[in-house]
Write a protein of this length. Structure first.
Lengths: 184, 98
């Protein structure tokens, strides 16, 4: 069962959630890729605030640094690099049938989540209610993450480095200017 | 805050799906996928907060790492595509279509 949250907390939770949703809607409806990217950055910042409110301070910092800082800069860099011309010259959205299909899928997913929200979650907890707070006091915001990450999930962590190496090598190979032998 | 988080993430996920389906610009489609991954991340964090376990946060770290790798490779593919076909619109890339 959830503890009682003060009104201040609830108000700001809703505030940042609504900011995230409104920015996401603005992101999808903008024609210009640059404006869309900047609205998406706004969404990322609001979501970082939600992370911090949900006791995931380190993930919130990573969200700002990695998503808003690195990934979106790469996106903007590619937009500028391709130099696509004025956005109004490009008919960017698909036809009416695609929009209807997207709306139908949206309604379907929303009704699905409404059904899931009515389901009962297991109420009894394995750990006491303020377990995370105590851990947070004991190890601090980074230690709480680092402890299981480098013990229980060490193999997955090491495999992630291989994944990143493959991604870097793939990006370099794909971005190479000379033609690969055999390609058209 | 679990129900509210689930509602917000569901709405964000749906906005991302609609973006993937409706837009033709591959860059916007990539950014919509990032939005979907973010919605999933918030879900993981919300359940992690609900059950007072940090496992969800570690999953979120792995999801962020995957998003970085996907963005790097995807944008590399996009640049190679633009160099060869001079387009960033998804439905003009129809070499594999019969």
């Amino acid at each position: 069962m959830e503890p009682h949250y003060p009104l201040f907390y609830v108000f700001h939770f809703y505030l940042f959630g609504v900011i995230a949703l409104a920015s996401a809607v603005a992101f999808v409806t903008r024609k210009s890729p640059v404006a869309a990217a900047l609205w998406l950055v706004n969404t990322m910042f609001a979501l970082a605030a939600l992370y911090v409110m949900l006791d995931a301070q380190f993930i919130g910092v990573m969200q700002v640094l990695v998503y808003a800082g690195a990934i979106m800069v790469v996106f903007l860099f590619v937009v500028m690099l391709l130099n696509l011309g004025h956005p109004s010259e490009i008919a960017d959205t698909r036809g009416i049938w695609w929009k209807l299909a997207a709306g139908a899928i949206g309604v379907g997913l929303l009704s699905e989540i409404m059904i899931i929200l009515r389901a009962k979650l297991p109420q009894q907890l394995i750990v006491p209610r303020d377990y995370a707070e105590v851990q947070l006091q004991k190890l601090n915001a980074v230690g709480v993450i680092a402890d299981p990450l480098f013990k229980d999930y060490l193999l997955a962590f090491e495999l992630t480095s291989v994944l990143l190496l493959v991604a870097i090598a793939g990006a370099v190979v794909l971005g190479r200017r000379e033609r690969v032998a055999g390609a058209r | 805050m679990l129900a509210e988080s689930l509602f917000f993430t569901a709405a964000l996920f749906i906005i991302g799906v609609i973006g993937v389906m409706v837009r033709r610009n591959i860059i916007i489609i990539f950014m919509s996928i990032e939005l979907i991954l973010n919605a999933v991340n918030i879900n993981l964090i919300a359940f992690s907060h609900y059950w007072q376990q940090v496992n969800g946060q570690i999953f979120a770290i792995f999801v962020i790492t995957d998003a970085v790798a996907e963005a790097a490779v995807g944008l590399g593919i996009l640049i190679a595509l633009f160099r060869n076909k001079e387009t960033v619109l998804a439905d003009e890339v129809d070499l594999l279509k019969w």
